[in-house]
Ligand binder design. Structure first.
Ligand code: GLU
Length: 494
């Protein structure tokens, strides 16, 4: 097979919102397709009507779009092997299921749910290894069949799994894997409502969509021998298989909600950048070498290979994701960062701040704030003072440095005079005259700057003072320093 013949697919079931693990599968398939110049297909496996979740398809596609995982064939874009929703391909599955019956590889089963439940209880009672079906209908005579049909029972179609022997397949990551056929039940292919099961639809579609490699989570590993037997029954060549390593939480148990494995788009809403998630997911089970943590999308496409997918489980480390996210936040240009952060400021700043916000101003603010943050959502957290007109804080905060009320008031009055005379109101223009003021009044610079910080920001911790003052602007700084003086006068001394 030449590499351009690579055709891989992401085949989600819309039974919930996609999470980190689901999208890691999509990403690996996408990377492999882009690396080889092959095709990336999205196929929606929506044949389980009872487990369908409203809005899940949209979430799946939106997650892919958000990460920039574009698909060559699938929903919205179509393609030569469509439709790409299994619910629109029912005829095909029915035809193939009946074909297997004709060929003697499958049979109609008329067992009622009650009989199956009874069978199950009895097996448990006899301490037999419990199977889902005892093959009761496998060898029904024509008479018995006709009787069941006449009774109006709509049968399911079951696969005739060989009773003995073994099924071996090669997994590109794990090597040869062998299952004994006796362990495999006569699985249902077509349900009585005419819908196929996952196994039938999956195999029929991978074949008819000419999928070359099936790369999926290793929870599907036990389905693969069944699929391989189905390919054989149809007389088709199976695709190549690669089962991706499991993702574990930091406590080494299977990744779950408890570990923060929420829907992927929640990470977006919490202020993670797609670049960071992309980089992070790529390293959940794949590595370039033993040390590279930061790797760009382009480099991943260039270097991605199946032989560097690990056999052992990957560990989801939220600290690493946060670190990477901070890294990518600081890598953005101020204007790009402002654009991405704008919705977070719009959403999180207090009501009183007038919207829409000025993007250029947000750009100045983010430049001061981005040093320490891990997510975009953290940016507006302590930033209200940049945006509101008047500050609300207790007068006592101004006296935190240990100054007397009188001293603080005098100092702030003098500072107001200095600020009023500063011509170039930027960090460099502010520093010299304020240091001179400290010297003139014999106050420690730290005390003066601490006092000014509270007056200008209403907080004791904020980004570098002079830069902050420059962004807040001369007029507002003056107003705030004067307001602080009033605050100290108004409040009676304790
Ligand atoms: N529909 C299955 C899922 O939701 C697809 C498994 C496979 O890739 O074969 O994961």
């Amino acid at each position: 097979m030449s590499t351009e013949d690579v055709r891989v697919r992401y085949a989600p079931s819309p039974t919930g919102y996609p999470h980190i693990g689901n999208i890691r599968t999509a990403l690996f398939n996408w990377l492999f397709a882009r690396h080889t110049g092959g095709k990336f297909i999205v196929r929606i496996e929506d044949t389980d009507q009872s487990r369908k979740v409203e809005g899940a398809v949209e979430q799946i596609l939106e997650s892919l779009r958000w990460l920039g995982l574009d698909w060559d064939e699938g929903p919205e874009v179509g393609g030569p092997f469509g439709p790409y929703f299994q619910s629109e391909r029912l005829e095909l599955y029915r035809r193939y299921a009946h074909e297997l019956v004709e060929a003697g590889h499958a049979y109609r089963c008329y067992c009622s749910p009650e009989r199956l439940a009874r069978m199950h209880t009895e097996m448990v009672g006899r301490k037999e290894s419990v199977r889902t079906y005892d093959r009761h209908c496998r060898e029904l005579s024509a008479d018995e069949q006709a009787k069941a049909e006449a009774g109006g029972v709509v049968p399911v179609i079951r696969f005739k799994v060989p009773l003995a022997g073994q099924t071996t397949f090669h997994d590109l990551i794990r090597g040869d894997i062998t299952f004994s056929n006796a362990e495999l039940d006569d699985l249902v292919l077509l349900k009585s409502d005419g819908y196929p099961t996952y196994h039938l639809a999956n195999v029929v579609d991978d074949h008819s969509m000419q999928v070359s490699h099936v790369m999926r989570a290793d929870e599907w590993l036990s389905s693969t021998p069944r699929h391989v037997l189905l390919y054989k029954a149809f007389g088709w060549t199976p695709p190549l298989y690669a089962h991706l390593p499991m993702i574990l939480g930091p406590d080494k148990s299977k990744l779950s909600k408890r570990h923060g494995a929420t829907a992927l788009l929640e990470y977006r809403d919490e202020g993670y950048l797609p670049e960071a998630i992309f980089n992070f997911l790529a390293l959940l089970g794949w590595s370039l070498d033993d040390k590279t943590d930061v790797i760009s999308r382009e480099d991943l496409v260039r270097h991605f290979s199946l032989d560097r997918i690990s056999r052992t489980a990957a560990v989801f480390d939220i600290k690493k994701l946060q670190w990477l996210n901070g890294f990518y936040i600081r890598k953005l240009s101020p204007s790009e960062l402002a654009e991405r952060a704008l919705p977070f400021y719009e959403r999180q700043l207090p009501q009183e701040v007038e919207r829409p916000l000025d993007l250029r101003y947000v750009g100045q603010v983010v430049t001061l704030q981005r040093e320490r943050v891990k997510t975009l959502a953290e940016l507006p957290e302590n930033a209200a003072f940049f945006f509101v007109e008047d500050l609300d804080y207790p007068a006592e905060l101004l006296l935190k440095g240990g100054m007397s009320r009188e001293q603080a008031r005098e100092l702030l009055t003098a500072a107001a005079a200095v600020l009023g005379s500063v011509v170039t109101f930027d960090a460099a223009g502010l520093e010299a005259p304020l240091r001179a003021l400290a010297e003139r009044t014999s106050v420690r610079t730290g005390d003066l700057f601490g006092l000014l910080r509270v007056a200008v920001t209403g907080r004791t911790a904020a980004p570098p003072l002079f830069d902050t003052m420059a962004v807040v602007g001369k007029e507002r700084c003056l107003k705030r320093v004067r307001a602080a003086v009033r605050k100290l006068s108004d409040t009676p001394a304790a």
